[in-house]
Design a protein around this ligand. Structure first.
Ligand code: TRP
Ligand code: SF4
Length: 402
């Protein structure tokens, strides 16, 4: 309905690892070739939970951007920016907060658990900011009228909340005086043929709830060339009855959950010390994998093992072809191969994957001003887009003083 636009963000956690690459980053790289994309460092989000320790944020942000670029995010295709450098996010968060019921935030599935988990580590998250963090995320998305939001499973409920907020906003503030007349005038502007089709589809949706008609009508409106943005919004809203669609409801795009585990078989995470970093050099990669634990049943070279009980197997599943995997399964169960032998193809494959990334990263490490200027450009672009939405939001909420 609105123009295709992808938005996603990550909390700055510093250097990225293979789990990030096979999870989010690979899908971002694919998406940047298919749609206009915006990717940002969610530094304010980091402060909602780590407000006591802000000193690492800046360096984490730069490290994270270097790794995004190393992984293949192309700044000529995607817009990269820092959340706090586009402070319009904060204004929208505030404006949305006025009509967001507290209960919507309290029932976000992860809320209570996270507060309790942090309390065990002596961190108090019973703050206004932490409760509001999913609302800030909604503002991050809505301020760009993003249509697609690539996220992991744990974030889907936040995108769902964002949809509810957009719907509530449109319902509360999308009504304007004389809406029907203005919408009818906009229908006529489409020309007789398209106007007839629009009316037909609208009736089919309103009388029979035909979702396909809704989708087709939205596409029809989206494709019309000679309409102002205001008229388009009216026509989108008019299909369903209500008023103008000022904010668009985004869809979550699930990024693949990586099969890849950490060196110890747990989830890969820098804080567990079980991660292979995108900028690890070849020797470090080799050493990390060579010292990985294997199936504990294989004490001696002559003891047979079971790949299902070995974290190296998860690497083979990501990196090895069928023939290699057959060789592993057979050789492990019969004690025909040793563990170091088994690990070698994975070491080679990881190093082959990381080689071009190290090279790209080195370019940015050597020239920090290049990175700064990419991000500066990105922040300016993002800021312009944010202003467009915010102008409409302010106007709809009665804040357009003249
Ligand atoms: N909350 C997300 C996380 O913790 C990061 C994030 C912030 C985000 N704002 C966003 C993701 C907007 C997608 C869209 O991973
Ligand atoms: Fe793991 Fe391979 Fe050793 Fe089997 S042979 S225990 S799969 S490292």
């Amino acid at each position: 309905m609105f123009q295709d636009r992808v938005l996603s963000g990550m909390r700055p956690t510093g250097a990225m690892h293979l789990g990030h690459f096979h999870g989010a980053l690979k899908s971002w790289v694919r998406l940047q070739n298919e749609h206009p994309c915006l990717f940002f460092a969610a530094d304010w989000h980091a402060l909602t939970s780590h407000y006591e320790d802000p000193s690492v944020i800046e360096s984490s942000v730069w490290d994270m951007f270097i790794d995004w670029l190393a992984a293949g995010i192309d700044p000529s295709k995607a817009t990269l920016f820092v959340q706090s450098r586009v402070p319009q996010h904060a204004e929208l968060t505030l404006l949305l907060s006025f009509f967001t019921p507290l209960s919507w935030l309290e029932r976000v599935p992860t809320y209570k658990d996270t507060v309790e988990k942090h309390a065990e580590h002596g961190r108090d998250l019973t703050t206004y900011g932490f409760l509001g963090y999913p609302l800030m995320q909604a503002a991050d998305i809505l301020i760009y009228r993003a249509t697609h939001v690539p996220v992991g499973e744990d974030q889907v409920s936040h995108v769902e909340l964002t949809r509810e907020i957009a719907r509530r906003f449109n319902h509360l503030f999308g009504r304007e005086r004389g809406f029907e007349e203005k919408a009818e005038a906009a229908v006529k502007k489409m020309g007789p043929k398209k106007a007839r089709l629009y009316r037909e589809l609208r009736t089919r949706f309103q009388e029979k709830g035909d979702e396909a008609a809704l989708a087709e009508a939205r596409e029809l409106v989206g494709d019309v060339q000679n309409l102002s943005l205001g008229d388009k919004e009216r026509l989108f809203g008019y299909i369903e009855g209500g008023g103008r669609m000022i904010l668009s409801e985004p869809e979550a795009v699930l990024t693949e959950t990586p099969k890849l585990l950490g060196l110890d078989g747990q989830k890969m995470s820098k804080s567990y010390g079980n991660a292979i970093l995108l900028r690890d050099d070849a020797k470090t990669v080799s050493q990390k994998i060579r010292t990985m634990p294997t199936d504990p049943a294989r004490v001696r070279r002559s003891d047979p093992g079971d790949p299902e009980k070995c974290p190296v197997w998860s690497l083979h599943q990501v990196y090895s072809e069928q023939s290699t995997r057959d060789w592993v399964r057979e050789g492990c169960k019969s004690a025909g191969i040793g563990c170091l032998e088994c690990k070698q193809p994975v070491i080679d494959a990881v190093n082959a994957e990381l080689a071009p990334m190290r090279e790209r990263a080195a370019g940015y490490e050597e020239d920090p001003t290049l990175l700064r200027s990419i991000i500066q450009d990105g922040c300016e672009k993002a800021s312009d887009l944010a202003d467009e939405t915010l102008r409409d939001v302010r106007e709809a909420m009665g804040l357009d003083y003249r």
